[in-house]
Design a protein around this ligand. Sequence first.
Ligand SMILES: Nc1ncnc2c1ncn2[C@@H]1O[C@H](COP(=O)(O)OP(=O)(O)O)[C@@H](O)[C@H]1O
Ligand SMILES: [Mg+2]
Length: 235
Amino acid sequence: MPDETMTMVAIRELSKVYRQGDLEVTALRGVSLDIGRGEFLALMGPSGSGKSTLLHILAGVDRPTSGTCQVQGIDLAQLSESELADWRSLNVGFVFQTFNLIPVLTAFENVELPLLLTRLNGRERRRQAQTALELVGLADRQKHLPRQLSGGQEQRVAIARALVTDPALIVADEPTGNLDARSAQEVLSLLEVLRRTAGKTVILVTHDPKAAAYGSRTLLLEKGELVGGIGAGGP
Ligand SMILES: Nc1ncnc2c1ncn2[C@@H]1O[C@H](COP(=O)(O)OP(=O)(O)O)[C@@H](O)[C@H]1O
Ligand SMILES: [Mg+2]
């Protein structure tokens, strides 16, 4: 019997079919999965196997065709679009392969951005953005524009932006795909530190086994189905 208080994400018989005109693509078929609170899960699988689709559904960006996805006991299907958007902004931090920083904003302004949607005042926003930049080791790069940073630094700014609202869940889709080996290591260790010291639940999509090794558990998707895994079965 799983301890529900320890379950962060509970996915049951999840399927996703994309329809484009007459064409149907089944991206996920009957995926069931529990992710523990404070777990670092690595999700692997070939291109097109449904990794991003699964990540998008559990982060509340996309909706399944059938099946359920509960995060911290909340069934995401029960939320309206605007409730889902609010839920996302409070509970999920995203990290993308391409960083997705705004080129005309400084590192500090990029990190502060998600807080502009909250009720925090200017002073609180500045304090939180400052703390997030310190956490990723870039307090001395606040005024830099993205193009004045290395790729690894850009990704760390993006991680600070994902963290700034203090979400319980961090999802990272191929975050090291555009980085050299050393920057990749820094980014992965940072995600692991966030899990260990801040109790974040981290879900990492990667096709690099070395990156997956930072996780406490690796699951493998093939053609939309979970076909196996390595490591501890949750916390
Ligand atoms: N928005 C979409 N519309 C139509 N098909 C899509 C869409 N997103 C993904 N797919 C298809 O779903 C399958 C799984 O895609 P994806 O989840 O992106 O896989 P992965 O991240 O493992 O590469 C692929 O066949 C892909 O072409
Ligand atoms: Mg993908």
